[in-house]
Write a protein that binds this ligand. Structure first.
Ligand SMILES: C[S@@+](CC[C@H](N)C(=O)[O-])C[C@H]1O[C@@H](n2cnc3c(N)ncnc32)[C@H](O)[C@@H]1O
Length: 280
């Protein structure tokens, strides 16, 4: 994998997604970020880092949890994400939040800056994970925590991407790493591998908690709007305008066919909440 090109492509995809990220009628990143902040036990007065903060699914609940004596620093590789989030921080009048454009694979902070490092659906985008997580150990104070979320793929696809919809979009993915390459043999494929990887980096008390998020999609059109907040955007942006109506209608049909007896479209999405600590 050409890492530089891969990161440039991720940054540009999220730049294009930033203005409307997770703003469709489908709730996903915000409730899971909220849960991550609570699961990590984010407390009054703590100094928190949010890795790959995006539009603030963790940043804003963490800001409320740490209060005026704490602080939250968000980093993201996408300049547009940082711009939009900085504007929102200002609009909300938050004085305990700072956002910085930074590659999470090269975190640049003084040692022992943070009590807690969070990352919701961002560590999964780091090509050098899990090894790169070792760089966060010295940035945490003794007993400081790392908490992040990850998806449990099924046949190489996240559970919110029906294979039939993926099949429609596959021809439009730009050249680059296969979106299904996470595979079944990676470091995050099983809970035991995750715990072993974090332990071998020097973290202690590594743990994985799994909780299923019931993603209510509403309609195929909603799902398409929401998918613009994910890596699928790379494919959508590549569909020639003349083909867009056909592709959209094929995807809408596939998703709308998934209605249950109550008329709802619900994707159960198992999410891993992964935690570990720096030793004393
Ligand atoms: C799926 S979004 C999640 C955003 C946010 N944490 C949330 O839960 O809504 C992934 C985020 O990670 C960021 N990201 C990906 N690779 C990164 C890197 N190398 N360094 C910093 N941020 C990165 C993306 O720009 C994007 O904002």
């Amino acid at each position: 994998m050409d890492v530089t090109r891969h990161k440039a492509s991720i940054s540009s995809t999220f730049d294009r997604a930033a203005a409307t990220f997770d703003a469709s009628p489908v709730d996903f990143f915000a409730p899971i970020g909220h849960r991550l902040v609570a699961t990590a036990g984010t407390a009054d007065g703590e100094h928190v880092l949010d890795i790959g903060c995006g539009r603030g699914s963790c940043l804003f609940p963490a800001s409320a949890a740490v209060g005026p004596t704490g602080s939250v620093t968000g980093i993201d590789i996408s300049p547009a994400m940082i711009l939009h989030t900085a504007t929102e921080v200002q609009a909300r009048g938050l004085t305990n939040v700072t956002v910085i454009e930074m590659d999470a694979e090269n975190p640049d902070f003084p040692p022992e800056s943070f009590d807690l490092a969070l990352g919701s659906f961002s560590v999964m985008h780091l090509p050098a994970a899990p090894a790169v997580l070792g760089k966060y150990l010295p940035l945490l104070r003794p007993t400081g925590r790392l908490w992040f979320t990850d998806l449990i793929d099924k046949d190489g696809l996240p559970p919110f991407v029906p294979p039939a919809a993926f099949a429609v979009l596959v021809p439009y993915f730009p050249p680059g790493p296969n979106p299904r390459e996470r595979g079944t043999d990676g470091w995050s494929a099983t809970e035991q591998r995750i715990v072993d990887a974090l332990t071998s980096l020097g973290f202690v008390r590594a743990e994985v908690r799994e909780a299923t998020y019931s993603m209510s999609v509403g309609s195929g059109a909603n799902w398409i709007a929401w998918s613009m907040s994910t890596g699928l955007r790379a494919a959508w942006d590549n569909v020639p305008p003349a083909e867009l109506p056909r592709v959209e209608s094929a995807v809408v049909d596939v998703i709308d066919e998934m209605r249950n007896a109550a008329g709802e479209i619900i994707f159960p999405v198992p999410v891993r909440y992964i935690g570990a600590r720096r030793p004393d």
